[in-house]
Design a protein around this ligand. Structure first.
Ligand SMILES: Nc1ncnc2c1ncn2[C@@H]1O[C@H](COP(=O)(O)OP(=O)(O)OP(=O)(O)O)[C@@H](O)[C@H]1O
Length: 248
């Protein structure tokens, strides 16, 4: 299987001199094509930093970082849609930026909205949608960018549990159908076990890879199943031990 993201001995320091802050300390991690990898760790351990390095929004200060993909797309807790554009307009804009012609844009935006099950909502404005629906639009926009690598930073953190469960199912389907590679940051251990092929646990700051758990329960998984709960409990214990170690 081909490696899409290779993070090798990466260090990230913010600032310098007496203001220096070591956010990541010799992190090594590879993500293969089509893998779904969840990143977990205590607050401030450098999860978002790692995503922004992979996205190319910031520079590493040590090690090497290699990306082998067509396009990387980022999704955050807030959908960040343009409020003056319709739902279809938001998706079409991403297509336009890729140079897709007007007629094709319309058709493709409609297809993408159908993929995220918002086929009938293209004419609405973002404020007319629920938080879960706005995240679906953000997902359609990411697909419009022709992304094959999706970086997600707590994308469902602000949603109620029921909406989040539905979006887990949708994201899993789209990940499979579109053959995406996903790097997904969350604070929610069960969510990580529900979604991930692997759950990578980072240490408290500076972040290092503490453990890489392989999750091989059959899919689709239920977040409230006993298998998911049992593995989440094991990972939570490991995370708690790390937080306690750091507090001492
Ligand atoms: N641009 C920046 N300049 C200086 N320090 C930064 C910057 N961005 C992040 N940091 C620091 O780097 C450390 C890691 O931050 P980061 O946001 O990556 O952690 P995180 O694991 O995503 O946190 P959380 O789980 O709370 O979202 C923190 O101590 C943070 O204050």
């Amino acid at each position: 299987m081909s490696t899409v993201v290779r993070i090798d001995d990466v260090t990230k320091q913010y600032g310098s001199g007496s203001n220096a802050l070591l956010a990541l300390d010799h992190v090594s991690l590879t993500v293969d094509k089509g893998e779904f990898v969840c990143l977990l760790g205590a607050s401030g351990c450098g999860k978002s930093t790692l995503l922004s390095l992979v996205a190319g929004l910031d520079k590493i200060t040590g090690g090497t970082l290699e990306i082998n993909g067509k396009h990387i797309s980022l999704m955050f807790q807030e959908a960040a849609l343009f409020p003056w554009l319709s739902v279809a307009g938001n998706v079409e804009l991403a297509l336009r930026l890729r140079g897709v012609g007007r007629a094709d844009r319309r058709k493709r935006a409609q297809e993408l909205l159908e993929i995220v099950r918002l086929g009938g909502f293209g004419g609405k404005r973002p404020h007319e949608l629920s938080g879960g629906m706005r995240q679906r639009v953000a997902l359609a926009r990411a697909l419009a960018q022709n992304a094959d690598i999706l970086l997600m930073d707590e994308p469902f953190g602000a949603l109620d549990a029921m909406t989040r469960d539905i979006l887990h199912d949708e994201l899993e389907r789209i990940w499979r159908e579109q053959e995406l590679t996903v790097l997904f940051v969350t604070h929610n251990v069960r969510e990580a076990v529900r979604l991930g092929d692997r759950v990578v646990l980072l240490s408290s700051r500076p972040g290092r890879v503490l453990e890489d758990f392989k999750i091989d329960h059959p899919r689709p998984r239920r977040i409230d199943s006993t298998e998911v709960a049992a593995q989440a409990a094991e990972i939570t214990d490991r995370l708690r031990a790390e937080v306690a170690r750091h507090a001492n």
